[in-house]
Design a protein around this ligand. Structure first.
Ligand code: GLU
Length: 475
């Protein structure tokens, strides 16, 4: 049997982090078994589905590196086929027309409320002769679900889950306007697409029971099911924006690498011993359903940042510059940068990258730590830097002239000057280097000061000192 999985998002919003994980698990399972992952856009809710959301979902998947097999299937376009199945069930006596009015349904709900039990349709049209049908009511089609016995889902994650059929009412397959319900559409599509494994959030577990009844009524094989616990926030509460329930595109703009997010997501609810870092091939080789936990995974930004830092340190300098440039349209403007890097800045960034990438956890931090490379004069000093410079000004008296006297400008030659200067005034190196760093980078921390000065070059270094030091004569 060839494994066929599918990712079936509803395009009512962006691809959020939980959806990204569901897609990843489906993708991994398919890859692990040499199968296929299909993509179905469940756009039957016409009011809430938007083209923008469809685009965001496709973009999000592509950015995460999760490709799908074949063409995207759009559920709404298959409505005629869904109707056909409802009518087949009707013809086979496995479904029936129900003429209950809104008012009657409301009365059933009211009664259930009074009796303190869950509301369910009472089956009043189940065995009634359609000749009794009121002329002015358009019927829905309901499944003639079993009333006795059990419906069982042998879930790959949740284990054996049992429902008493008396608790499940006759669900609507086709609405009175002829549109299929979600429950019918999912079953027909999964069957027609040859899906062998349904891997999705455990908020769909009850749907799984209802869907199983439709499969059985049609005499179709029920696919294997795996319902994954949802992701919770770090405090255990349901995931909200505050916890990180953002769209995948937000993680991109926050400066995470797709490889890092993928690695973080695979461990969110699934484990393979103590291993935290997985190459894509390692993930594929190790992924299985039985090591998905039964309790909700907790979203932990700090862990995501650590994994991202790991992958950034491993990345080629060029690649990091390109990755930052890819998000410049989102993060550049507020830093005074255009949508692409100039060739000069690109060169400086690449040269500084080995020092920068050691510390940063995200691409945004990386760009911020490179502020000294693209800052416009006169630099705006961070508060800490301003304090350092304020205190250290007197110790820098005369240093600009000494630097100006250098014949050769490189990390070694500037280091020699700064060291000599510190010695001459009886100060420790740090007491000179710290305020100097503040003046040149606007920050209290930066990559090695002498490398910074070398990358900035003589002219820019002297001009920045002139801007910030009271004693520095004009160049
Ligand atoms: N469209 C559903 C959702 O986005 C998923 C349905 C399914 O996976 O069966 O929650």
């Amino acid at each position: 049997m060839t494994v066929v999985t599918r990712f079936a998002p509803s395009p009512t919003g962006f691809l959020h982090i939980g959806g990204g994980r569901t897609a990843l698990f489906n993708w991994l399972y398919a890859k692990r078994h040499g199968g296929k992952m299909l993509l179905r856009i469940e756009d039957t809710d016409r009011e809430r589905s938007t083209d923008a959301a469809i685009e965001a979902i496709l973009d999000g998947l592509k950015w995460l590196g999760l490709d799908w097999d074949g063409d995207v299937v759009y559920q709404f376009a298959r409505a005629a086929r869904h109707r056909e199945v409802a009518e087949t069930l009707l013809a086979q006596g496995r479904a029936y027309y129900c003429y209950a009015t809104q008012q009657e349904l409301e009365e059933m709900r009211e009664l259930a409320r009074k009796e303190g039990r869950p509301s369910r349709y009472d089956g009043r049209w189940r065995d009634r002769d359609p000749s009794e049908a009121p002329k002015d009511v358009k019927p829905v089609i309901r499944l003639k679900a079993p009333t006795e016995g059990e419906t069982v889902v042998e879930d790959e994650v949740q284990g054996r889950v049992v429902w008493q059929n008396k608790d499940l009412d006759d669900l609507v397959l086709l609405r009175s306007d002829g549109t299929p319900t979600y429950m019918l559409a999912v079953v027909v599509d999964d069957h027609d697409m040859g899906v062998t494994h349904v891997i999705r959030g455990d908020d769909h577990l009850t749907n799984a029971a209802r869907q199983t009844q439709i499969y059985q009524a049609m005499g179709w094989d029920v696919p294997k099911m795996a319902h994954i616990p949802l992701i919770h926030g770090s405090d255990g509460a349901k995931l909200s924006k505050r916890h990180g329930a953002l769209g995948v595109e937000a993680y991109r703009a926050l400066g995470y690498l797709p490889v890092a997010l993928r690695n973080y997501l695979v461990r969110l609810g699934w484990s393979h011993g103590d291993q935290e870092i997985f190459s894509t091939q390692e993930m594929i080789d190790a992924f299985d359903l039985k090591n998905i936990g039964r309790s909700p995974a907790r979203f932990d930004f700090a862990k995501l940042e650590n994994i991202n830092g790991h992958y950034m340190r491993q990345s080629k300098d060029e690649d990091l510059v390109n990755a930052i440039e890819a998000i410049l349209p989102e993060i550049g403007a507020e830093r005074g940068l255009g949508p692409t890097f100039s060739p000069e800045l690109r060169e400086k960034l690449t040269a500084a990258m080995p020092g920068l990438k050691e510390r940063a956890k995200t691409l945004v931090e990386l760009l911020d730590s490179a502020y000294y490379l693209y800052a416009q004069r006169p630099l705006k000093l961070e508060e800490k830097a301003a304090t350092l410079l304020g205190e250290g000004q007197p110790r820098l008296a005369g240093i600009t002239d000494k630097l100006r006297g250098l014949n050769e400008w490189n990390a070694q030659s500037v280091e020699a000057v700064v060291r000599e200067h510190a010695e001459a005034i009886g100060a420790k190196l740090g007491q000179v280097a710290q305020p100097l760093r503040a003046a040149l980078t606007g920050r209290a921390t930066s990559p090695g000061l002498f490398d910074v000065m070398a990358v900035l070059g003589r002219d820019e270094t002297l001009l920045r000192l002139q801007d910030q030091l009271k004693d520095a004569p004009a160049a």
